[in-house]
Design a protein around this ligand. Structure first.
Ligand SMILES: Nc1ncnc2c1ncn2[C@@H]1O[C@H](COP(=O)(O)OP(=O)(O)OP(=O)(O)O)[C@@H](O)[C@H]1O
Length: 270
C-alpha cells in the first residue's frame, strides 16, 4: 500500500459512521402468573449509523419494550439485536437512554450529574471537566452548572438528562418519550434543541413518541407500530429539508405526511 492510500484509509476510519442498530426477528412474551401477554411479534428494523429514526404508535403497542430490549434492560424471547455487529446482551456504554421521567440524581448538581458516568469509569477530573463543559455548552446549560435538579424547569432537566447520556460517549441515543411531560411550548423548544445536539454529535437516535408532529419534525424516518401483538405496520421516509426550522411545520410534505399518519392511526388510541 502506498503512502497516499494509507493516509486516505486513515481518513475513512476517522470519519466512518458508527452506531448502526440491527433488530432481527425480535419477539417478546410477558408471563404474569398463569397469564401470558404477547407484547412484540417478529420485529425487524435496521437503523443506519447517524440516522434519526422515530417509532410512532398507540399506547401499549410495545414501543418501550422494544427500546428497553435495545437498551439491554429487557430480554427478548426470540430474535437478536446488535449495535455495529455487537449482540446486545445487557446495558452498555455504547447506548445512552433518556426516559420521560426525570431520572437525575437530586443530590448532585447539573455538572456533577453530567460527570457521573465518566467519574464511574475513572476518567480524570480534568478530562471530566472538559466533557461536562462540552455538553453544558451543547445543551445550553452553562449558566446552570451549579444548580440542583429541583431548581430547574422540566425542559432544563431533560436537557441535563440528554447531556448526561452524551457524556458517556454513546454510539446510540435511545429516547423514550423524553418530552412527554413538558408543556407544548417547551416541547417545541426541546425538539429544536435535540436536533441541534444530534447535528453536532451525530449519534444514531432511536426516538419513541405517540405525537405525530413530533415524529415528523424530528425524524429522517418514521416506523409505525400497531398493538395486539406489537408489530411494525409501515415505514415512512421523511423527505423534508434537512434543516428543520419552525416553518417546516407548514411545509406541504409535513402536512401530507401528517394526514397519512393520522389516517393510518385513526382507529388506534393515540
Ligand atoms: N413487565 C411487564 N409485565 C407484563 N406486561 C408488560 C410488562 N411490560 C409491558 N407490558 C405490557 O406490554 C405491552 C406493551 O407495553 P409498552 O410499555 O412497551 O407499550 P408502549 O407502546 O411503550 O406504551 P406507552 O405509549 O403507553 O408507553 C402493554 O400492554 C404492557 O401492559
Amino acid at each position: 500500500m502506498n503512502e497516499a492510500t494509507s493516509e486516505a484509509m486513515k481518513e475513512v476510519t476517522k470519519t466512518s459512521a458508527v452506531g448502526a442498530i440491527s433488530i432481527r426477528g425480535i419477539g417478546k412474551t410477558f408471563k404474569t402468573g398463569k397469564t401470558t401477554f404477547r407484547a412484540l411479534e417478529n420485529i425487524d428494523l435496521e437503523v443506519g449509523a447517524n440516522e434519526f429514526v422515530t417509532i410512532l404508535g398507540p399506547s401499549g403497542c410495545g414501543k418501550s419494550t422494544l427500546l428497553r430490549i435495545v437498551a439491554g434492560l429487557e430480554e427478548s424471547n426470540e430474535g437478536v439485536a446488535d449495535v455495529d455487529g455487537d449482540t446486545i446482551v445487557g446495558p452498555g456504554a455504547d447506548r445512552g437512554m433518556v426516559f420521560q421521567g426525570y431520572t437525575l440524581f437530586p443530590w448532585l448538581t447539573v455538572r456533577q450529574n453530567i460527570e457521573y458516568g465518566p467519574k464511574l469509569k475513572g476518567v480524570s477530573i480534568l478530562e471530566r471537566r472538559a466533557i461536562s463543559n462540552r455538553y453544558l455548552r451543547i445543551t445550553r446549560l452553562e449558566e446552570f452548572a451549579s444548580r440542583f435538579p429541583k431548581q430547574l424547569s422540566g425542559g432544563m432537566k431533560q436537557r441535563v438528562a440528554i447531556a448526561r447520556a452524551l457524556a458517556n460517549g454513546p454510539k446510540v441515543l435511545l429516547l423514550d418519550e423524553p418530552f412527554g411531560a413538558l408543556d407544548a411550548q417547551t416541547k417545541l423548544e426541546m425538539q429544536e434543541a435535540l436536533l441541534d445536539v444530534w447535528e453536532k454529535e451525530k449519534t444514531t437516535v432511536l426516538f419513541i413518541t405517540h405525537d405525530i408532529d413530533e415524529a415528523i419534525f424530528l425524524s429522517q424516518r418514521i416506523v409505525v407500530m400497531a398493538a395486539g401483538p406489537g408489530r411494525i405496520l409501515k415505514e415512512f421516509p421523511v423527505t423534508l429539508p434537512a434543516e428543520r426550522t419552525p416553518e417546516v411545520r407548514e411545509h406541504p410534505e409535513f402536512l401530507k405526511l401528517r394526514r397519512e399518519l393520522a389516517g393510518l392511526l385513526r382507529h388506534k388510541e393515540l
